[in-house]
Structure formats: C-alpha cells, structure tokens
Write a protein that binds this ligand. Structure first.
Ligand code: SF4
Ligand code: SF4
Length: 419
C-alpha cells in the first residue's frame, strides 16, 4: 500500500512504525472473513481493511471525525485479523497508534469521558475493586439474574496448603480484578506448580498489567503501570541467588500485554532493556504446564488409574483471543485437559471473540451481547457440562449469559491432581 504521511508524523517513532505496517498491507481482504465486527455489521469500515484505511487517512492529514473514532472504538482488538493475514500486518500496533491520534483530535461527550476515566481509575485499584465486590456479593440476591451470574460467590477455600520451598521459582502476576473476581485461579495454579516442584512467589508492588489504561487510550498512564511492574519484578529477576526462571500469568489478557512490554517501551532509554527481558521471561500458565508434560503425565496417569470408574466430564474450551491470536498459543491447553481425563466437546468457529475484550463489554454493550450469544451457541452445540477458558474477562462475561459454570481450566487440572 502506498502512503504519504504528513510531515509532522512521518519521522516520529509512531509515524515510522505506522508507515511500515501500512505498507505491509496488500489490501487483499482475507481478514474480512474472520473479523467479528464485520460479520455482525457488514460495513467495510468495521473491518480490519476499512479501519486500516481510516488510520491511513488520519496519518495522511485528512480530517478525523467522530465517525472515524466510532469505527475504531468498535474494534475488539481481538486480532483475529492478524492470524488470518497472509502479509503479517501488525494490525494491533497500528490500531493503538490510530486510536491514540483520534483521541487527541476528537473530544468525547462528558458522559463517555467520565465513564472511560472511571473505568481506568477504578478497575485497576485492587482495594476499591475488592470493596466493590464485597458489596456486590451482599446485594447479589437482589440483582437481576444476568448480573447475579457474573458475581460469583466468594469461593470457600477448602484446600489450604503450605507452599514447599523448591529450587525452581517463578513470579506470578496477581493482576487487578482477578484476585477479587476469581481468587481460586491463581491458588489453583500455585498448587499445580507446587506439584511440579516449582515455587510461586509474588511481588507485592506489582499490579494491573497496564492494558486497561493503554487500551482506553490513556497510553502514558498504561506505560507507567508497566514501568511500575518492571520495577517490582526486577529484583527477583536479577538476584544473584536463585533468580526467577519465568513470570507466569494466568489471565491471557494480561499475558499478551506483558509479552508486549519490550515493544511498547522500546524507545524508553531507562526501561527498554529491562522491558525486553521481562517480556522474554513471561509465560502464560499453559506454556509452563505444557513444558512440564514429562513430569505431569505420570502424575495424571496415577490419578486416572485410581479414578478410572469416574466418567469423564464433558467440557467445552473457549480459547480467548489474547491466547490464540495475541500470543499465538492455540492448541496448548486442550491436550492437557484431555490427558487429565476430560472429554472436549466440539466448538463452532473457535476463532471468534466472545465479546468480552477488556472494557468492550461495558463500552459497546450491544455488540458485545450479540457476540456473547453467538459464542454461547457455538460452545454448547454438544451439550457440555461446563465451559472452561483461560482469561478472567472471558470467564465472567460468558458466565453472565450461561446457566452452568464457566471456570478457568487450571482449576480443573488442580482438582484432578488433588482428587
Ligand atoms: S489480510 Fe492483511 S494484507 Fe490483506 S487486507 Fe487484511 S490486513 Fe491487509
Ligand atoms: S482486531 Fe478483531 S474486531 Fe478488530 S479489525 Fe481485527 S478482527 Fe476485526
């Protein structure tokens, strides 16, 4: 694609990156077939190719309008277009640049501005969010059914355990909303890793991965959250005795962002090198478990032979976009669940987004609900007993529309290893 970026942008780091991405697009349109918003709305401007054109026009100095911003806002950042694209167009990075420019040029209404501000200030605040969840659990019986389903009762932690000291150690990101919404996920992951002789530690100063603010176009604020996490993790990464071998993350939405720290901070003279090292060390929990298959399988074989009379439970696996398109970790979790004795039911169009997409479900509720309904239909074609996934956002979003449990897959592996 030919480009003519305006003088004031073309020599900036964002301008150069955008120019290279735009030039890699050959305008073939293959990406339209897998774009969820194009499938729903049928408008080229709600497709990857259409949005690429809108961003190109902005960068070439054409007027940015509210309509431009609307089409960019409607994008889920699911990146299904990236895994379809034969030319390797890095659409996600281009979208970040385009959204940042549109945000500077178009003033949002006071109501939307306040809503976006509240989301990026309140959700990453663990103290506030856990207090909010406590209140929500108290008033849960009074809430409408769809809201009730999204507020999971506080789990009774019945299986306390003392983490053994192991030579192998990994840092775990606790995240912002996950400890309040689904506290069992990281506990389950810690127990599974303990069985595999890996000790989990956490850095108290680490918090939200930064994705929330970054994708709400408060990019400087998002980058600050990333720097704070790097500072919190750095002493554990560089300590002379027993440095951590990985940073393990159980929410794929956070994992995809931390893996991108190196790219996002590459022009920061103080943090560029550290950010690249942190990204290099970051693993989704599925990558860690898959790499330990040789130790895991014998443990599972013992459990499966003792419990061979237990009929396998039928479950459907929902692969979050951040896992399959963002981190390109498609097909890692399913064999682990099968080895643990679960029967995976068929899922139609597994590449499509469930509509959660960070704060998208709050900011674009209509499209988000349509996508969730479609996803639930796709997940239940073979009547599974439960749905499992790999990201807290998808888990809570799907739970809001389902009558049966949606859980993190690591909880099932934990229960199998401890039954
Ligand atoms: S598939 Fe890739 S190259 Fe083709 S139009 Fe879409 S982004 Fe451009
Ligand atoms: S990121 Fe998802 S919603 Fe956005 S253009 Fe690509 S496929 Fe469509």
């Amino acid at each position: 694609m030919q480009t003519r970026l305006t003088d004031h942008i073309k020599d900036t780091p964002h301008g150069q990156e955008a120019d290279a991405i735009l030039r890699s697009c050959v305008h073939c349109g293959f990406c339209l077939a897998t774009c969820p918003t194009y499938q729903l709305l049928g408008n080229e401007l709600d497709s990857p190719r259409g949005r690429i054109y809108l961003i190109k026009q902005m960068l070439e100095g054409q007027e940015t309008t509210e309509k431009t911003q609307l089409h960019l806002d409607r994008c889920l950042t699911c990146r299904a277009c990236e895994t379809t694209c034969p030319s390797g167009v890095q659409y996600g990075h281009l979208l970040d640049i385009g959204r940042g420019i549109a945000e500077q040029q178009i003033q949002r209404s006071p109501y939307i501005t306040l809503k976006r501000y509240a989301l990026r200030k309140l959700l990453p605040n663990r103290t506030f969010f856990s207090a909010l969840m406590r209140v929500a659990r108290l008033v849960r019986p009074l809430l409408p059914a769809h809201l009730k389903r999204t507020i999971l009762p506080k789990p009774v932690i019945t299986r306390h355990f003392t983490t053994k000291v192991h030579t192998r150690t990994m840092l775990m990101l606790e995240g912002c909303v996950q400890p309040s919404l689904t506290p069992n996920t990281n506990l389950a992951a810690t127990r599974v890793l303990d069985k595999l002789n890996i000790q989990v530690i956490t850095a108290k100063q680490a918090g939200c991965c930064g994705a929330l603010a970054y994708h709400l176009n408060a990019q400087a604020e998002g980058l600050d959250a990333m720097r704070r996490n790097i500072d919190a993790w750095w002493p554990f990464v560089t300590r002379s005795e027993n440095p951590v071998e990985a940073i393990v993350i159980t929410a794929s939405g956070c994992g995809v962002t931390v893996k991108d720290y190196g790219h996002l901070l590459r022009h920061d003279p103080v943090y560029a090198e550290k950010a690249a090292r942190i990204s290099h060390l970051t693993r989704d929990i599925s990558e860690v478990i898959a790499a330990e298959t040789a130790s895991l399988i014998p443990l599972l074989q013992v459990k499966n032979s003792v419990y061979e009379s237990t009929s396998p439970r039928n479950l459907a696996f929902h692969a979050p976009c951040t896992l399959q398109h963002g981190m390109r970790l498609k097909g890692k979790i399913e064999p682990i669940l099968q080895a643990a004795g679960f029967n995976l039911t068929k899922v139609a169009d597994p590449h499509l987004c469930c509509g959660s997409a960070g704060t998208y479900s709050i900011l674009q509720p209509k499209l988000s609900h349509q996508l969730r309904n479609n996803k639930i239909a796709a997940l239940t074609i073979e009547n599974p007993e439960l749905v499992v996934t790999a990201n807290v956002g998808c888990q809570i979003h799907l739970q809001g529309g389902m009558q049966f449990p949606v859980r993190h897959w690591i909880e099932l592996l934990d229960e199998t290893l401890n039954k």
